[in-house]
Design a protein around this ligand. Structure first.
Ligand code: GSH
Length: 226
């Protein structure tokens, strides 16, 4: 998402999995945490959607990340689709989302709100970064702000009902990862929203961020478009 000059890796032919995108993206980070948690080795190409847009377009004409290139060269986009494919690579007992049943539906429900939160936080960031202050659309910015605050409230209420270490019990799941990645991005991109992050969500984020798997894939958000 940024044009920060990070080490650029070559996209020369590779036989394993390749993840494209920087970890300051809540979507890329979410996929990376799952890859690490699953113990699936991958090459990381930390390309910026701005500075590296044209080489990114060779893989994804939408010029969005994450992109996951599979061993056979096929290209997956959209974090939900990527993670669905990764989930199939591990035994059911290790999967971060049950294959079926009520817990799968609940996991998808919470994850979708977290992904929506991240989506709106990205939209609002672009509104701020890509427009001069006088050209910003106040109606859109206010709408995004309300959507973010209300979704944070919904997630806070949901988390407060659950006394377990993670959202659905003792073990980390996709919903936990999605929420924690969305919260970090929201807080970094929009510090004024910090008061809207309730205590249960804050505790949830702290617990996740303290895990080795989260500390292994992290990149502070720096907003420079190159
Ligand atoms: N729904 C997508 C969202 C991905 C997304 O919005 N990625 C941002 C980076 S955080 C991006 O690529 N932005 C560039 C653009 O939209 O042009 C997913 O889940 O993968």
């Amino acid at each position: 998402m940024t044009a920060t000059p990070l080490p650029t890796a070559s996209d020369a032919p590779h036989t394993g999995l390749t993840l494209i995108g920087q970890y300051d993206s809540p979507f890329v980070r979410r996929v990376a945490v799952a890859l690490v948690q699953y113990g699936l080795p991958y090459r990381h190409l930390p390309w910026s959607v701005w500075a590296d847009a044209e080489r990114l377009a060779r893989y994804n004409p939408l010029r969005r990340v994450p992109v996951l290139v599979l061993e056979d060269g096929s290209v997956l986009v959209e974090s939900f689709a990527i993670l669905d494919t990764l989930d199939e690579r591990v035994p059911e007992a290790r999967a971060l989302l049950p294959r079926s049943g009520p817990l799968r539906r609940e996991g998808l429900r919470v994850t979708a709100f977290a992904a929506g939160l991240a989506d709106k936080a990205v939209s609002l960031l672009y509104e701020h970064v890509l427009r001069k202050p006088e050209a910003r659309n106040a109606v859109w910015a206010e709408r995004c702000g309300q959507q973010l605050r209300d979704t944070l409230a919904l997630l806070e209420h949901d988390r407060q009902q659950r006394p377990t270490p993670f959202w659905f019990g003792a073990d980390l799941a996709h919903a936990d990862i999605a929420v924690a990645c969305a919260l970090r991005f929201t807080r970094e991109a929009h510090p004024t929203l910090q008061p809207s992050i309730g205590p249960a969500l804050q505790a949830h984020a702290d617990r996740c961020e303290a895990l080795e798997v989260f500390r292994a894939v992290v990149q502070p958000l720096t907003i420079t478009l190159g």
